[in-house]
Design a protein around this ligand. Sequence first.
Ligand SMILES: C[S@@+](CC[C@H](N)C(=O)[O-])C[C@H]1O[C@@H](n2cnc3c(N)ncnc32)[C@H](O)[C@@H]1O
Length: 329
Amino acid sequence: MPNPSQQIMRLGFGFAVSQALRVIIELGIPDLLAVGEQSVDELAAATQSDADALYRVMRLLAPEGVVREVLPRHFELTEVGAVLRSDQSGPRDFVRMINSEAYLAFEQLMHSVRTGKPAFDKVFGSPRFDWLSAHPEQAALFQRAMVALGQGSNEAVADACDFKPFTRIVDVGGGHGQLLSAILARNPHLDGVLFDLPSGVAAARQGAGGDLPRTEFVAGNFFESVPTGDVYVIKKVIHDWDDRRAAVILQNCRKAMLPNGKVFVAETLVPPGDEPNQIKGIDVVMLAVTGGLERTQTQYESLFDAAGLRLQRVIQTRGSISILEASAA
Ligand SMILES: C[S@@+](CC[C@H](N)C(=O)[O-])C[C@H]1O[C@@H](n2cnc3c(N)ncnc32)[C@H](O)[C@@H]1O
């Protein structure tokens, strides 16, 4: 059992493991190990790396359960490490994305804590989504990371909501389109609108999140307006923004919504107490990177009030994500 100082040292060391993961993904090590165990010399030759340096990185990841040193300086992939292979639609893109700009912004977390403002803007000179709009490669990686993060949750949301009463669904900030794809597959009576910034729409058009039949692709800015429809889904978008801006997005849905329309906001609610929960980490990422926040149910209720909407019920999906169903107040 580690003593308290060892536990703190381990926590303080998290950045090293995180960046080591990114390095092995970018070198393609998980793919090289997919065929079986290899020596570090072979891996270094195949990736134009320094064998001794690569060994030290692999040795760091072995106790973390990513690889296993089966013979001196020979490694194999574990079941955990196998999700980093390029033929897996798992978290490799998320690890790469979070260890790029977000990582650099985190170095200035103190700025966010002192000012309440996103460190990202200070480090990169513009807000996160403006910066992504000017960097198409990173924007595409961001969308792939969102697909990885959403594994299972898009289907869970599509299964949990009743879309029978509606005809035209607008996915606001739908990005890659995986949620809309799952909803349209289950609801052949619905037409869809995929609404996002041009980079998000481009990813969806290219099929990043699956087939999108009966879909209109609309690029725009949800702070200005959103397309008309009778049902809106907004998944993992509101958490990107502070209360003032989040209310503007919801107000724009309220304005564009046809009579008797509904808004389904899909987010992970912050639970009370100090149980471990990944959402608490994502919340601090939001603080430093986008200026957004994860919210409790009560905070969402206030947000809906500010936008002229009323929370009607909260639907718990089979995953960690909840759906807050709202209609015009
Ligand atoms: C965290 S992602 C969520 C994507 C998707 N809904 C999901 O659940 O994976 C936020 C999305 O909001 C989009 N977005 C950001 N600012 C926007 C704006 N001003 N107008 C429209 N879409 C925007 C981003 O491009 C991105 O696709």
